[in-house]
Design a binder for this molecule. Structure first.
Ligand SMILES: [Zn+2]
Length: 339
């Protein structure tokens, strides 16, 4: 029933509004900067769209077609509550694009895929994930792009528990569905943001680091959408640098431009990817573990194997937190260039 759908949209939007407002009010300044790439206007615009849509629900004008003044199709509205044109008025090209989004939307509601650490020539990988509850909001995955290069993703869904876990698995499915059609991490994330931002099933936001590793050129091309910056340790000069955000978090900002960066590696270089559950672990004096301690650990253990580096960080984080129960999911991926 139509009224049913509008009620669900209203509930979803109110939840989203609450979530984003709470984030802006309670998240530490640094986290807001990271999630938004320093531009708070982007989230203001998103809140404005939500506000306008809620008003339209009140006046019964949400989903009214600007061409024929009938109501747009329900399936369209579920996917994008800002839809203002019936399917009938779309061009062939627009319709094709939309159909692919609708298909994706269905695929995303379905599958849960197993995770696997692949065998990639020239690189050693190790991964670890421990949810703070039975179902976590963190995730990492490996997949292949169209050209056979290797995809690597680590992501953190805001919130915990079942809803965060469901969003996480839908995200994994979306990325795996899109990757075989492209070589571009930016293209995937732009599509995902478009798909999630006005979709009524997704009321939260996600930080993602998505990269393509080319074992022939030993390069990593990435987009960091508001995620904690991975640490890169260079063997040649023992330096550490951070792969800072190049795009806002997914589902948070109305405008989304994903800037891709490429870095090259030499033999012996390492990268540690992690979620904020690692750096935000607290000790008994309520001090955060922080990026600096993480950098020291990476420096200290980077000449060991990827699994050893991961194990060392895991242990140090556990000891620092006094082995208390986790308050956030903890996820890490270590990558080491072996040749
Ligand atoms: Zn129409």
């Amino acid at each position: 029933m139509v009224t049913d759908l509008y009620e669900r949209i209203q509930e979803g939007l109110e939840e989203k509004q609450k979530e984003i407002t709470e984030f802006l009010e309670t998240a530490p300044e640094t986290e807001i900067e990271v999630c938004l790439c320093d531009d708070e206007n982007l989230v203001e615009q998103h809140l404005q769209v939500i506000e306008t849509s809620l008003e339209k629900i009140e006046d019964n004008t949400l989903g009214v077609c600007v061409v024929c003044h009938g109501y747009v199709d329900n399936s369209l509205l579920e996917m994008d509550y800002t839809a203002m044109v019936c399917l009938d008025h779309y061009s062939d090209e627009e319709r094709r694009r939309l159909e692919s989004e609708l298909e994706l939307s269905q695929v995303v509601q379905r599958a849960l895929l197993p995770q696997q650490v692949p065998d990639i020539r020239g690189v050693e990988l190790a991964a670890f994930s421990r949810p703070s509850e039975i179902i976590g909001g963190d995730y990492f995955d490996f997949f292949e792009f169209r050209d056979g290069t290797h995809g690597l993703v680590i992501a953190d869904v805001s919130g915990h528990g079942v809803s965060a876990g469901m969003l996480m698995s839908s995200l994994q499915t979306a990325i795996r569905t899109m990757a075989p059609d492209t070589d571009s991490p930016a293209e995937i994330l732009e599509r995902i943001n478009r798909f999630y931002i006005h979709n009524i099933h997704f009321t939260t936001f996600v930080t993602i680091f998505l990269a393509r590793f080319d074992p022939v050129t030993l390069t990593l091309t990435y987009v960091n959408a508001g995620h904690n910056p991975p640490a890169v340790r260079r063997k040649a000069n023992s330096s550490i640098n951070w792969l800072k955000p190049t795009a806002p978090a997914i589902g948070l900002a109305e405008e989304f431009h994903a800037r891709m960066e490429t870095i090259g590696f030499s033999r012996g270089d390492s990268v540690l990817l992690y979620t904020d559950g690692v750096t935000e672990v607290l000790n008994f004096s309520n001090e955060e573990f922080g990026q600096e301690r993480l950098a020291e650990l990476v420096q200290l253990h980077a000449d060991r194997s990827a699994p050893d580096l991961l194990q060392a960080v895991r242990q140090a984080v556990g000891v620092f937190g006094g082995d208390r129960p986790l308050v956030d999911d903890v996820t890490m991926v270590a990558l080491k260039i072996s040749g």
